[in-house]
Design a protein around this ligand. Structure first.
Ligand code: 5GP
Ligand code: MN
Length: 336
């Protein structure tokens, strides 16, 4: 373990630093990582952001995106940077299995591991932790870390503010989830004052779909949506052939599960997709219903109560059948 004062002392001189985030990074993963990056480079550190995999095109406009290293595209370089780093920041995840092969390299590395995260059940691999499940986004915790732990609010410049606002906006469902407390709105207001152009950020992230993506969404809603009224549940399934037909890229499927949840009365929505190596599930729920419990218990995954994910090595049809077979166990909660 390392204390905040020891960490501050380390950060007082230029260090080699790696920032990493979870598999298939989303807006919060990239926003928190590039926000911390934009802060640390102002202090003279040598900083590398390494993602385990690629991430959606609609995040490529983020400041300093061109400096991001994707592990699967530069393994040797990534491993060398991890091994040389004095500090390794792990953002928006808390178990090393969430970053695939990169996780074992980080586990073995000598540098201090610093976790900034808001997911349940953190694994004990870190030397310093800025962690709270009450935060709506890892980006909120990065903001808090810079402002209140390091007392460096004056370094939250336009780039930092833009990235952190993006993370908070995307993970809070554009400020509509219960996690978007009044404190979160105050942070967002402060980030706007510090240079985040909220209208532009929203446009760049959400009004940036390809024609294919919109037609694919139409296909999912017209042809692939099943409503299970007996359980207040809805499922959208996607085959590998669908992905091919619509030329679907990383990130194009993000958010589609929310359409299923937007149906009147639906408490649990599942998005089940046939990826090349496995079948992936995304669950969303309303109220107290624990989507993460289903993912943890049956699909080797986890997440938040209302937004969770997991995977299955079974084929698509078997995974769908398995998901449906689980619903009776939760029937009373789903019908409440
Ligand atoms: P999504 O459905 O957008 O892929 O993921 C929603 C949330 O579920 C993520 O923020 C993450 O917390 C969690 N999650 C998704 N997939 C997995 C997984 O395979 N394992 C674990 N532990 N959590 C996941
Ligand atoms: Mn997050």
């Amino acid at each position: 373990m390392i204390s905040i004062s020891a960490l501050k002392a380390l950060l007082a001189t230029p260090q080699k630093i790696v920032i990493t985030t979870h598999h298939k990074p989303d807006g919060d993963a990239m926003g928190s990582s590039l926000g911390l990056y934009a802060y640390l480079i102002q202090k003279g550190h040598h900083v590398s952001v390494i993602t385990p995999t690629d991430y959606p095109d609609f995040l490529h406009w983020l400041p300093n995106n061109s400096n991001v290293i994707v592990y699967t595209e530069a393994e040797d370089r990534s491993i060398a940077l991890v091994n040389e780093a004095a500090l390794i920041f792990c953002l928006d995840f808390n178990t090393l299995s969430r970053i695939n092969e990169l996780g074992e390299h980080i586990r073995k590395a000598d540098g201090f591991k610093l976790m900034i995260d808001h997911h349940l059940d953190p694994e004990d691999f870190d030397d310093y932790r800025h962690w709270s499940i009450n935060a709506c986004a890892a980006a909120q915790l990065v903001y808090d870390f810079i402002k209140n732990e390091l007392n460096d609010e004056q370094f939250i410049n336009k780039d930092v503010a833009t990235c952190l606002y993006t993370g908070i906006m995307t993970d809070s469902g554009s400020f509509r989830f219960p996690s978007a407390t009044s404190a979160v709105y105050r942070i967002a207001a402060n980030l706007i004052d510090l240079g985040a152009e909220h209208w532009r950020i929203h446009q760049l992230v959400y009004d940036n779909a390809s024609e294919n993506r919109l037609r694919f969404l139409g296909h999912c809603l017209s042809n692939n949506l099943e409503i299970l009224r007996d359980f207040n549940a809805a499922i959208i399934t996607v085959t590998a052939q669908d992905l091919k037909n619509y030329d679907i890229a990383t990130g194009d499927t993000e958010g589609i599960v929310n359409y299923a949840l937007s149906i009147n009365g639906i408490k649990l929505a599942a998005f089940i997709i046939e990826r090349s190596d496995k079948v992936k599930l995304s669950l969303r729920s309303t109220g107290d219903f624990p989507a993460n419990e289903i993912c943890k218990k049956y699909f080797n995954g986890g997440g938040h109560r209302n937004a969770a994910g997991g995977a299955s090595d079974d084929d698509l049809a078997t995974t769908i059948a398995k998901f449906k077979s689980i619903l009776p166990e939760y029937k009373s909660q789903l019908l409440q």
